[in-house]
Structures are given as C-alpha cells and as structure tokens.
Design a protein around this ligand. Structure first.
Ligand code: BGC
Length: 431
C-alpha cells in the first residue's frame, strides 16, 4: 500500500518541524517503497547509533524510516508527544511502548494487527513466552520487541576503585565500604540522582537486592499492600538514603548518559543503571567488563529485573503498511538483533542468536537471564514501565521522589505511602 507523495511529504515535514522545535534528531533516508515514522526516546549517542542500524537496513530494502526521537530518559516526553499526535491526526507508524501500556493502547482501537508478519516469522517460537504474550492483544500481535535490557547493574570504574583502595563489592556492607573509600579519595562515589526516573531506577535495583524476586513481584506486580508497606520496603528506602549521601549534590538535572560519561572518565566511581549505560560505555571507546566492571546490584538476593523495548504498530497513520511490516520483520531478523543489541547494550530478544563478538557483560546478562528464568527470579521492571501502567507507576515514582527530596521523611513513612498511593492510583485507573 503506497501513499501519495503529499502525504509522505507531510509526515517528513511535520516530524522535521517537531524535531527542530524540540531539539530532536530526525533523519530521512531516500527510498521509494514506503515510509514509516518511528516515535522513540533514543537520543543518546549509543541509542541514536542503534536506531540508525534499523534505518539503514530498511533503506537497503527500499523503505524510508523517519527517526522521530524525543529526548528524555525513560520516555515521559515521548509519551506526551504521542498523545498530542493523536490530537493532530498525525500518529506515527510505530511508537516505543512497553509493558501493560501495550494493552492499553490496543484498547483505543488505534493499533494495527501484524499477525501476518508474526506468523511468517514464527514469532511465537523465537520469542521467550512472557515477552511474546506481552506483544499480543485480544489474540493479535500488535507490537514487536527489540531486546532485553537488565536493570539491576552496577557500572564500576576499576581504575577509580584501585586509586581509592576499594574492593569490588560482593554484598551491601562491602558496597558501602567501597563508596566510603571513593569519597575519601576525592572521587564522586555514585553518578546519579539527576531526575526522578534515575532515582526510581536506582530504587528498582535496590528493592530487588534487598527483598528478592518474590517480594518484588508481590509489591510491584501484584501491588500487595503488605509487601508495599513492609519492613523490607522500608529497608530498601533506608538503603536509598545511604546511596543518596554518596551522590554528587550538584548532580540534579544531569542526564543518565552524562553520568555514565563521568564513570567512564573516572570522575565518578559507580553508576547504578540499566545496561543501556553499556551502550554509552562502548560508544565512548571503553570495554564493558574490562575498564568498566559490571556486577549485579549487591544485597541479600540475586535475580534479573528485565525491560524489553518494544514498538507498537499504529493504524490511522500516514505511514505505509508495507514499510510498517518491513520495520517489524527487520527488527527481529538475526542480523539486526546482533548489530542493534551490540550497540544498544542489551541482549537479543530473539532466541538462538549468537553472542559471538558481544562483550563480557552481555554474556553475563544472558547467563543470568537463563539462570533467573530457571529459579523463578525473573521480574518485570517497575521503573521501566514493565510491571504497571502509567498512573500506578507515576504514584510509585512520586513517593520515591518525595522521599529523596525530603530528608526528614523516614523510610517507614515512605513504605506506608507507597502502599496507600499505589492502591489509590490503581483504584482510580479502574474507574
Ligand atoms: C529504555 C532504554 C533506554 C533508556 C534511556 C529505558 O526506558 O528501555 O532503551 O535506553 O530508557 O533512555
């Protein structure tokens, strides 16, 4: 299905205009078999590079991909743009949407069924079960996954640790000991705390290490009030307070990728962040696993908090159906899965793709993913929209931010608020 020239021009023009006003990058590659505009929040160096892989692979097949990227870690700005594009009747051909929000968008009737692409590509066989399920709605495929990111990581500059005389942490006390030593050596112990999304991402990793997978699921997936207000949750908050003491007090407003840069340069010792940080480390010329160590967030419990980036496909769009199908098909091709994930810091979501040439941290991620799958220790990330829909996630984020910004708030009070706010937001979202 090929649209008329003026329609295609208007897609490119509106995206470019939006890009100029919002400081985004929009690149178009010449092609004539059809166009797909793709709304996403991948604007850091490594993220843009990863997206370019897809743009190029589509161009090679004769399709034009308009990369409609909106800055803002975690995607809150991109979500606002998506909503405003419904009002201006300018829905993208595909948009970065994850977790339960995939189902919510599907209920609007604005999404497109891509069953034929999924069937031809055998998606139900090549994707892990829970991920395949999340891409379907009312029995139809409406979204395509790209990758698996892990959230509960520490990225550690080995030279900075050596300079400070600190050992690699193996549990919570040795982690705090390393932070003390980094501080004494005049190195910012933790790069982070720039915005609510970053703090929530840190808390995500801490909660898992403190309470384990069963606790995590009860609290953030089932919204069990007892788990949310428990002593374990209070302990996680008290650990966040400890972490906060070791963050740069002037770091407010700094982006996650800026913070990764501080760790790469040795100006900070450690970052608690999902493995998109690994994409930045590689992009800066460092090797994850060598100069920058990766270890799972230490605590009493192991486990794997996952985040699968995915794109929902829209109908009522000016994008061409053939280009949308090519987008979905190419994203799950073994070639794209290798090239994209190598640049992005994640691991392939398609099963059976070789990790030959990937760094040691990607290999550890895959191994830990499989182990966690076996041990029932695989959980969907609440901070990256994988566990709860927008309103509930927003309520949880608000409590974490309130606690972070108000040093007089006790961990116990924060845990109690977490339970009441999440319950209220959940009830409101059901009305
Ligand atoms: C996304 C990652 C992205 C990160 C920072 C996360 O929510 O899943 O793909 O790199 O945000 O932008």
């Amino acid at each position: 299905m090929k649209k008329t020239g003026w329609l295609r021009t208007s897609v490119v023009a509106s995206v470019s205009a939006a890009a100029l006003t919002m400081g985004m990058s929009a690149t178009a590659v010449a092609a004539d078999k059809g166009t797909v505009s793709v709304l996403n929040w991948w604007t850091s160096g490594s993220e843009a590079k990863s997206m370019h892989v897809l743009q190029q692979m589509l161009a090679d097949q004769g399709y034009k991909m308009v990369n409609d990227a909106v800055s803002g870690g975690g995607g809150s700005n991109a979500r606002t743009v998506l909503k405003s594009r419904i009002q201006s009747d300018n829905l993208p051909g595909a948009a970065q949407i994850k977790g339960p929000e995939i189902q919510q968008w599907c209920q609007t009737g604005l999404t497109q069924n891509i069953d034929s692409v999924a069937k031809a590509g055998n998606w139900s066989k090549i994707l892990p079960g829970p991920i395949a399920k999340g891409m379907q709605c009312d029995g139809h495929w409406v979204a395509v996954p790209f990758n698996i990111h892990r959230i509960n990581w520490l990225w550690i500059n080995k030279a900075a640790m050596k300079k400070a005389g600190a050992d690699m942490p193996t549990d919570w006390p040795s982690f705090v000991d390393a932070l003390k030593k980094l501080k004494a050596a005049g190195i910012t112990p933790i790069a982070g705390g720039g915005d609510n999304w970053q703090v929530a991402t840190e808390f995500d990793a801490i909660a898992m290490a403190t309470g384990g997978a069963d606790f995590y699921r009860k609290a953030f997936v089932d919204l069990n009030a007892e788990a949310l207000s428990s002593d374990t949750m209070a302990k996680a908050f008290s650990r966040l307070r400890t972490i906060q003491k070791y963050e740069d007090p002037n770091g407010t407003g700094l982006s996650w990728n800026h913070d990764t840069g501080l760790v790469v340069k040795g100006q900070a010792g450690i970052q608690i962040m999902g493995d998109w940080a690994k994409g930045e480390i590689t992009n800066a010329g460092s090797t994850p696993g060598n100069e920058i160590a990766c270890i799972a967030m230490p605590g009493e419990h192991d486990g794997f908090i996952y985040n699968a980036d995915s794109f929902e496909i829209f109908s009522h769009t000016k994008s061409d159906k053939a280009a949308q199908d090519a987008f979905a098909k190419t994203a799950l091709s073994p070639k794209f899965q290798r090239k994209f994930n190598m640049a992005k810091g994640s691991i392939p979501v398609r099963e059976g793709v070789s990790l030959k040439g990937f760094d040691a941290c990607a290999k550890k991620s895959e191994k830990d993913f499989k182990q966690a799958e076996k041990n029932n220790a695989l959980v969907p990330s609440f901070s990256q929209d994988m566990a709860e829909s927008g309103a509930v996630k927003g309520a949880i984020f608000d409590v974490i931010a309130r606690f972070y910004n108000d040093k007089s708030m006790t961990p116990e009070a924060a845990a109690k608020q977490m339970a009441s706010q999440a319950k209220q937001a959940h009830m409101m979202s059901q009305m």
